[in-house]
Write a protein that binds this ligand. Sequence first.
Ligand SMILES: Cc1cc2nc3c(=O)[nH]c(=O)nc-3n(C[C@H](O)[C@H](O)[C@H](O)COP(=O)(O)OP(=O)(O)OC[C@H]3O[C@@H](n4cnc5c(N)ncnc54)[C@H](O)[C@@H]3O)c2cc1C
Length: 496
Amino acid sequence: MIRDIERFKRTTYDILVIGGGINGAAIAHLAAKRGMKVALLEKGDFASGTSSKSTKLIHGGIRYLENLEVDLVYESLKERHIQLTAAPHLVKPLPFVIPVYEGDKRPLWMMQFGVFLYDLLAGRYRVKPRKNLTREEVVRLEPGIEQKGLKGGVLYYDAQMDDARLCLENVLMADHYGAHVANYAKVVSFVKENGRVAGVKAKDMLGSQEFEVRAKRVICAAGPWTNELLRLDIPGARKKVRTTKGIHIVYKGEISKHAILIGSQSDRRIFFVIPWMGNSLIGTTDTDYIASPDAVKVEKEDMDYLIRESKRVFPALDFSPAKILATFAGLRPLIRKGGSARKVSRKHLFYGSKSGVLFVVGGKYTTYRKVAEDCLNHIHKIYEKEEFKVYGSGATPETAEVAAARSGLEREVIQSLMDLYGARYQDVLKLVEKDPVLKEKVLATPPVIKAQFVYSVETEMARTVEDITDRRLSLIFRGPVSASTLAAISAVLPKK
Ligand SMILES: Cc1cc2nc3c(=O)[nH]c(=O)nc-3n(C[C@H](O)[C@H](O)[C@H](O)COP(=O)(O)OP(=O)(O)OC[C@H]3O[C@@H](n4cnc5c(N)ncnc54)[C@H](O)[C@@H]3O)c2cc1C
């Protein structure tokens, strides 16, 4: 993927997409696939907004059943199936256990009935059948769990993903179909002719030049920044997006073998403790947020809430600083409506401004493909069914053993490349063939080799150390990144 700012100045695009989060990436991907001339501009790195701060679940969202959003859950379960099929390297089935205690806001029968409905809605898209659990069965599955007051539980299945990479693989697909894409390119104003939008002015955040990009249609998929862009188009416009904050804690070590759904006893929220890259992801919260999206951060009270509720179910947990590997905060860009934050719908809609900018509002990660399809159909409906693929889709042509023998790399290294890049692991192997020095292992389990840093820069448009540590390879979820790893990354980055 080439980052060439000059070519944006030379082309008039059919569609210009603002925002390289999952929605913008997928819109650019599907539009380019439909043969349109597409530009995608992202002010930071791809997925640096909400799309790398999620709970990393591709799920129907069992809790939305409580809000009677049956259509949203059904749609999401169908999308879960599409993502599990298209991107098996990035989206994987995950078993969940719901332990139910005396004093919980939702009794055992309600949880069991909810999961029954969830499976019923999934129908042929079900991952695996659910199971009601006795108290003893819950303890057998998760011995670390609090036993006092435990009534029983439910086992069910959903899916876990790598959110930053799934977004990136949609950007790579856009590029593959001929879209021009750039990270670190911020839209600073709209260009208008006779009151109609004719393009944007953007700023190269790695250089300093401003440049104009012209397009017949402009689509704004700026997530939590939507209100800002809306006001660039219509000064003083009423907000369309309600931003609610969610935080996560990355806890050292695996707390549980299954993802655990915990119903908070202090409010009606639910949150998860999830096995993630050898460690555990705890989250999330849901509180209104009105300051600048650029300033969102984890506050002490967010942490206290998750720590208090997690310790209720896992009393042995030690939340001393050495056990907390990372924390992160993100903002949900929801349709603006009143009422409690957790009850706001995760549905999506489109708002067309007078000048012709189309704003994407709402949605959840799971439904991103449908958001992109609906968005393009909003402009020009096509009726044939589109097969959905991401960059690493497709079967690997050889086993890890065969690829290991061929390349001289360890089987574990090959397996980890296959897990991360899907069928594209071969592109990383080609780098190793050209320069055997790149075989060098930088991290042990799961292994990371130097070639992956080069691949991040040459193929995946990484431009800063964080692009690689936080999103291309998610190293920050595995513990502190060593000085030698940081130096090895810096060495391959393009010189400014
Ligand atoms: C805590 C939390 C947990 C969640 N967990 C889940 C989950 O487990 N499963 C699920 O399905 N959903 C989940 N969601 C929802 C999901 O993550 C979001 O709906 C989705 O990521 C939103 O994507 P987006 O592309 O709309 O926004 P973003 O990812 O924020 O993308 C918008 C992009 O626009 C860019 N941008 C802004 N202004 C400009 C500009 N002027 N010029 C150029 N670019 C600009 C930003 O830099 C940003 O990258 C969660 C959300 C949160 C907050």
